[in-house]
Design a protein. Structure first.
Length: 84
């Protein structure tokens, strides 16, 4: 997967994971400190996730990989830690 493009299959798989885990997308967004509408936009493909918060959302959702030099910053914004 190109690091600058959020793949349709990746988005569909992530949405399916929310469904199978019984987790609300809006709850996930709030727990991670993200704008709910932007999270829905990234998952729907309306927002590319190339810059700013949309990019951090795509990384936190696991839709995009981040270069190791930027991983610490991306994880800090996503509310996750290296052990996940």
């Amino acid at each position: 997967m190109d690091q600058f493009v959020v793949d349709l299959n990746a988005r569909l798989k992530r949405k399916q994971r929310f469904f199978t885990d019984g987790q609300q997308i809006s709850d996930w967004a709030q727990a991670h400190g993200f704008n709910r509408d932007l999270v829905y936009g990234v998952l729907a493909g309306r927002t590319k996730g190339q810059r700013g918060e949309a990019h951090r959302i795509a990384v936190a959702l696991g839709l995009k990989r981040v270069e190791p030099a930027y991983q610490h910053e991306a994880l800090a914004h996503s509310g996750r830690d290296d052990s996940e």
